[in-house]
Design a protein around this ligand. Sequence first.
Ligand code: HEM
Length: 179
Amino acid sequence: MKGIVFREFGELVTARFGDAMWDALISESKVPSGGVYTAVGTYPHEEAVALLMTLSRKTGASPDDLLKVFGEHLFGVLAHRYPFAVAAHADLVPFLESLEGVVHVEVRKLYPDAELPSFVTHWEGETFILEYRSARPFASLAEGLLLGAIAHWGGRYALTRRSMGVPGAHEAIFELRRT
Ligand code: HEM
């Protein structure tokens, strides 16, 4: 996982819970990097999971809820840092339709070692469907990113997550309906 994700996670933890919490996460999670993340570096995603589990234990919030909050925050950071991804789209759905074929393709050009999920989109009547699949267990991060994207385009969609009946959170089906 790219260092930018770790650094933003560290920023959010520090802003919400203070420097001491971030220091405690690094030492108690015993992450091999020692918590030194450069924006362009790549680190095992297991380090992110370890930090998340420690934060969950220390705050009492579930890992999924923490990932969702982080995803919402991360969307704003990505939109600001990579304006090409969002600026071309007047609304949420065309942006989401471009995720697989444009946005994450460009991300891979910038970072050939990026570990990205895959997305399939389609309409079911009035409902827009986005299917998330990944080798990593970050469906709740995707949910938070989607909430951030909905807010970015004016909050005119309701998001629900449908279970795919597969254990773990490597896959999810999201439904978006205009409100
Ligand atoms: C709602 C929109 C988006 C969703 C749902 C989404 C979903 C995700 C998820 C869940 C991950 C974690 C890796 C995984 O699950 O396998 C990820 C990684 C990433 N995404 Fe997206 N993404 C979105 C928009 C964007 C945008 C706008 C950018 C910026 C151009 C972006 C750039 C990245 C980068 C840099 C990573 C890290 C790759 C790595 O760590 O190796 N994403 N994305």
